[in-house]
Design a protein around this ligand. Structure first.
Ligand code: 7RM
Length: 651
């Protein structure tokens, strides 16, 4: 892992630099580079001062108890995140400020002020209590991106019932497994949700899931699609949301929660087939999401902030709901797809609500690149003052496109690295301090000690690569895997003693900046040289003809592994043997001979998870001619079948 491959040199030789403008620096929430040293010298004190900005019913006795690998933060402190997201804002000018600005896919919209949101959360929390829900009961949410989803989360948090949100795109079987794993007693869903004009039958899926869930007693159903609902309600078990809240009191005191009481469970896939229930607790998670929103997104009173994620993923939990609302911000929430009814929908929303901060995923940016810059050009995006990305490495070309076409070549971009497990952003630029470079997530957030280490755990030097690890606890870290503490220890804390293993590979450049290369199983080893799938992909998408690319390592007799690439060309460009040669040569020119793909396959689509991550494991299976592994998390199973057929035909 320690050697420098020629490929990485290409990436690290990126020379474009984007310092923040003086204008941005002058107004930024944080613009003093000394914050890094100060936080480093006393990280407990650093986090404690963040906690002091929030409301606690009772103050903590100690900031941190660290018995590796188990951490407790703000010990003895009593707080409630729903109180901090709502009640805390009701006394002053924020009372009638927009908390959630919601846009439905069909074009309907609603605005909830902080006072509105507080009232609806209290009414629903009282409704849950009337169903018998008590502190500690697990509640499963399987909902579309509608305001009731945020209301339900905040209501659960208010009464101390941990929520487990299952993304609305998951199958009945996945829903069932997740309900059973945490023994949920109530499921909250909707009669349906809109997606590209069609309806996702959430209630019917729930009914199917509930055929094998002995613990579930009640199902609350939001009426979203009304007349178009084709399912039914089960007498005695199912109740409409509007009937449940009818007549409920608009007062529901927030339960004082211990700082270490469970706030939520969120399932995420790991190296094995069974998803892990990542457990987050109250105080630390609240502090982590609050602090990062304020500094990474430079959140101001007048901002209109839009994170395009689905709340079913951690990004939506932390950066649509909890972090922004804890800051008293205005958070935009959108129900539908980026290309419905047209490919300018995102930019239409930015213009309509005058969004000032936009946070999205590289995969969405690449899709927009593919659709062409005429779509953002149709809209006035001059309100935008800060852009963010998350979820996967961003190739410099997509970064530059985003900066130019959405940021008008003038606004900072924050490439934020974190995980479901980390709860909040850990590696990121601070937009009023950091000079960014396309493709690098830059530096650990103050107080975070991230390092890149070799197999033995020794830190690698500048220009070198290794495993990304975290050497100190941080407030929003996961506390355990629900019902499986051994897996928590084994998965994250066993490779290196008392050090958190992220599962990601990374490189450090001469400035000490981090370049996240992706999961360590996405690294290709060609003749002893390590090449990230991302580097090859970055080179491929750098070519004008390429919309998206995925690369994998395929076993090779002499070199150990060779590079195989799967490429989607831009619309209107034809595949040909000549194009294949051109692209192979392009990669060779961009990175070096070592990275030149042995084979390139053209494909109309790549296999992706429902959250948009390319499933390279399946591409490896296809390329190796193996039986396909677990395909249950695929967004569109037909894509792999087609690819497999095509691969076999061409082989
Ligand atoms: C927030 C989220 C976590 C994995 C993580 C990485 C990858 C996330 C970045 C990134 C490069 C980034 N949670 N990842 N952000 N890679 N640059 N800025 O995505 O649990 O779903 O995924 O995502 O591999 O380990 S997650």
């Amino acid at each position: 892992m320690a050697e420098i491959s020629p490929s990485i040199e290409a990436l690290l030789s990126e020379e474009r630099r984007f310092p923040p403008s003086q204008e941005f620096i002058d107004q930024a929430n944080v613009n003093d580079p000394a914050v890094y040293e100060r936080a480093d010298a006393d990280y407990e004190g650093f986090w404690e001062s963040w906690a002091e900005e929030l409301h606690w019913f009772e103050k903590w006795d100690r900031v941190l108890q660290w018995d590796p690998p188990f951490a407790q933060w703000f010990i003895g402190g009593k707080t409630n995140i729903s109180y901090n997201c709502l009640d805390r804002h009701l006394t002053g000018a924020r009372r009638n400020k927009a908390a959630i600005v919601w846009e439905g896919e069909p074009g309907d919209w609603q605005v909830y002020t902080y006072a509105d949101l507080h009232r609806e959360v209290c009414r629903f929390a009282n409704g849950l209590k009337s169903l018998g829900v008590k502190k500690g009961d697990r509640i499963t949410l399987y909902m579309p991106m509608i305001p009731e989803l945020a209301i339900a989360m905040l209501a659960c948090a208010r009464i101390g019932a941990p929520h487990s949100i299952v993304f609305g795109g998951f199958s009945p079987e996945s829903l069932r497994d997740r309900i059973n794993d945490c023994e949920g007693t109530v499921v909250i869903t909707a009669d349906g949700g809109y997606r590209r004009g069609g309806i996702i039958p959430l209630k019917q899926n729930t009914d199917e899931a509930l055929e094998g869930t002995p613990t579930v007693e009640k199902v609350v159903v939001v009426q979203r699609v009304g007349d178009k609902f084709e399912g039914s309600m089960k007498e005695g078990r199912d109740i409409w949301w509007h009937d449940l809240v009818e007549g409920q009191s608009r007062v529901c005191p927030a339960e004082p929660m211990d700082s270490e009481d469970m706030l939520f469970i969120l399932y995420t896939s790991g190296t094995t087939g069974k998803p892990k229930g990542v457990v987050h607790t109250t105080g630390g998670y609240m502090v982590g999401t609050y602090a990062t929103v304020k500094w990474v997104f430079d959140m101001k009173e007048e901002d209109v902030y839009w994170c395009t994620a689905d709340i079913g993923w951690v990004t939506g939990h932390s950066y649509i709901v909890y972090g922004p609302l804890a800051n008293g911000a205005t958070s935009v929430m959108y129900e539908g797809a980026p290309d419905y009814p047209d490919r300018d929908r995102f930019w239409d929303i930015v213009e309509k609500y005058r969004a000032t901060i936009v946070y999205t995923a590289p995969t969405a940016i690449r899709a927009c690149m593919r659709w062409g810059e005429e779509h953002p050009k149709k809209h006035d995006l001059s309100s935008v003052r800060l852009l963010g990305t998350v979820g996967e490495p961003i190739n410099p070309e997509a970064w530059m496109w985003y900066r130019k076409n959405i940021g008008g070549d003038r606004v900072p971009i924050v490439d934020t690295w974190w995980q479901t497990e980390t709860g909040s952003i850990l590696i990121t630029p601070l937009p009023g301090i950091t000079t960014t470079t396309p493709g690098s997530a830059t530096k650990p957030f103050p107080g975070i000690q991230a390092e890149i280490v070799d197999e033995k755990g020794a830190p690698v030097g500048p220009g070198q690569g290794g495993y990304l690890v975290l050497k100190r606890p941080w407030p929003s870290m996961l506390r355990t895997i629900y019902g499986d503490p051994d897996r928590y220890v084994e998965q994250y804390w066993s490779r290196y003693p008392n050090i958190y293993f992220t599962g990601d590979g990374a490189k450090m450049d001469e400035n000490g900046f981090f370049w996240i290369l992706g999961r360590v199983d996405d690294v290709i080893n060609v003749a002893g040289h390590r090449i990230s799938t991302m580097e090859v992909e970055s080179a491929l998408v750098d070519h004008n003809a390429v919309a998206e690319a995925a690369s994998i390592g395929k076993s090779h007799e002499v070199k150990g592994q060779g590079v195989v690439a799967f490429v989607t060309l831009k619309e209107g460009i034809d595949t040909s043997a000549e194009m294949e040669q051109v692209l192979k040569q392009h990669v060779r020119t961009k990175i070096g001979a070592i990275a030149r793909p042995d084979e390139i396959y053209f494909t109309a689509d790549l296999p992706k998870t429902r959250s948009g991550k390319i499933m390279r494991r399946l591409l490896r299976d296809i390329a190796e001619g193996r039986v396909l592994g677990d395909t249950t998390t695929l967004a569109d199973p037909a894509v792999v079948e087609m690819l497999k057929q095509q691969y076999e035909d061409e082989e």
